[in-house]
Design a protein around this ligand. Structure first.
Ligand SMILES: Cc1cc2nc3c(=O)[nH]c(=O)nc-3n(C[C@H](O)[C@H](O)[C@H](O)COP(=O)(O)OP(=O)(O)OC[C@H]3O[C@@H](n4cnc5c(N)ncnc54)[C@H](O)[C@@H]3O)c2cc1C
Length: 447
């Protein structure tokens, strides 16, 4: 019997976004195929979020490296690909293993066989950005994928990049005894966030013995008698056993035929989507996208958010994505949490900004927890009387800052937020003082 090769919806890529789109649509009765060439589940459970958080948790518990690796592999092993396939199949999704290559409006090839679709959902994710450094290709270098699957603990590690992934992995290896150097061309860590977050994290990493080289650009990397030598543009050098490239990720937009739909994406950009996550394309078939491939989402939770937007629209329930309050978290100790606009973004957008901050050390909870440190800052739009952004560095900030995401997303007036009571003693109390401060400064502007 020949197999049917048409589906109402074909989802290209079975990661955080694709799996959700396919499962939800199939549960709603739609005829869906999902194409995946590697592991169903994508980056997050096998190579990114889950293994890195497992290692960070082991480091916090003071476990040995061997135990940490065993736990990591057990955790990711539980989320095995067969179970993912079985779950989707139970929902009614047809899972097709192979590389999907779009060949024109309504058509694609999967490992050479032609298939057709009514709507295409592109959820192909992203890939590591490899900086153009002379010699990098010839030395033992890891991307996060390799670091998070191999059992090696390098004695000396040089991390290229002081962004969220570079900081998390630097902390992992430093906690287990590696001598870690971060080489970051900018003037500090987490340069896209409010500066205090990177400063607090830099202090924490330095206390663990991490060598931070800011304003340092690698010029050349070569093998040397003791391992790998990274020459910096200023003439300095860093010797290590291994290089970890953590220079960000690029949306995966090339190599699978988007140009046959009239879609051209400039280098380094994501697939352009409108508020409904629809991609302008040639032909009658609908093209949609969600997740890292859009360049708008850079986290698993943002990928799933866009996926839900796609599902709603494909089920005829019009929904527009709203990106005002998508959290950004670095799961180090201390945790860095940010949501909404940074002060720079707000000012660049012409917002008359009010900022207020508070040191966590002043909370009773921090005293109970043996003088924990950290800080929270809130950013308000003076004209609108609402929060537009916030950032925090402190223990479990990803948990107690969630209400700020809700406040930003819902546009809750500051006057109402100041009336919210937090349990004593918690870190959540830390947001009360800056809220009152902002509300007082607004008084007179708003009745
Ligand atoms: C080290 C690290 C730590 C991270 N930690 C976190 C975290 O703690 N929290 C968080 O929210 N985010 C985290 N992220 C980000 C998160 O992993 C991604 O945002 C998320 O995986 C994106 O999901 P996605 O569905 O867009 O893409 P992916 O999960 O990458 O899925 C895309 C899938 O498409 C497949 N594919 C691509 N092209 C084709 C094709 N032509 N045919 C067939 N299949 C194809 C790929 O094989 C892949 O499986 C982390 C990332 C890294 C690197």
């Amino acid at each position: 019997m020949t197999q049917r090769r048409h589906h109402d919806v074909v989802v290209l890529g079975g990661g955080s976004a694709g799996g959700l789109v396919a499962g939800e649509l199939a549960r709603a009765g739609r005829d869906v195929a999902l194409v995946e060439n590697r592991l169903v589940g994508g980056e997050s459970p096998y190579f990114a979020c889950v293994p890195s958080k497992s290692l960070l948790a082991s480091a916090r518990r003071g476990e040995t490296w061997e135990l940490a690796v065993a736990r990591r592999d057990e955790v990711t092993g539980h989320l095995d690909d067969d179970a993912g396939v079985a779950g989707l199949a139970a929902d009614g999704v047809r899972v097709v293993r192979g590389w999907g290559q779009v060949t024109g409006p309504g058509r694609l090839e999967i490992d050479g066989a032609e298939w057709t679709y009514g709507d295409l959902v592109v959820t192909t994710g992203s890939e590591p950005a490899i900086p153009d450094v002379d010699g990098l290709a010839d030395v033992p270098a890891w991307t996060p994928d390799e670091a998070l699957t191999l059992p090696d603990l390098p004695r000396r590690l040089v991390v290229l990049g002081g962004g969220p992934v570079g900081c998390e992995l630097a902390q992992v290896y430093a906690a287990f005894g590696s001598h870690v150097t971060i080489v970051e061309p900018a003037g500090g860590l987490l340069i896209h966030e409010a500066p205090f977050t990177g400063e607090i994290l830099a202090d924490a990493l330095r206390r663990m013995g991490v060598d931070l080289r800011f304003g340092a650009r690698p010029a050349r990397i070569e093998r040397c008698e003791t391992g790998v030598r990274t020459w910096l543009l200023d003439g300095g050098r860093v010797d290590a056993d291994r290089v970890l490239v953590a220079a960000g990720r690029r949306p995966r937009v090339a190599g699978f035929g988007l140009e046959t739909l009239g879609i051209e994406v400039p280098p380094g950009h994501g697939l352009p989507v409108d508020d409904a996550c629809r991609v302008p394309a040639d032909g009658p078939a609908g093209v949609w996208a969600a997740g890292d491939v859009t360049g708008v989402a850079r986290t698993a939770h943002a990928a799933r958010y866009q996926a839900r937007v796609v599902v709603a629209n494909l089920l005829g329930r019009p929904r527009a994505a709203d990106y005002r309050a998508i959290p950004r978290v670095v799961y180090t100790v201390p945790t860095v949490y940010a949501v909404g606009l940074t002060p720079n973004e707000a000012r660049a957008g012409g917002i008359d900004l009010l900022c207020a901050g508070y040191d966590l050390a002043a909370t009773a909870r921090a005293v109970v927890d043996d003088n924990e440190r950290g800080r929270v800052e809130l950013y308000a739009d003076r004209a609108a009387g609402v929060l537009v952004g916030a950032a925090a560095a402190g223990p479990d900030a990803e948990e107690w800052m969630s209400e700020i995401a809700l406040a930003i997303r819902s546009g809750t007036p500051l006057s109402l937020l100041t009336d919210v009571v937090h349990a004593f003693p918690t870190y959540g109390e830390a947001i009360e003082a800056p809220l009152r401060d902002l509300a007082e400064r607004l008084e007179g502007t708003h009745v």
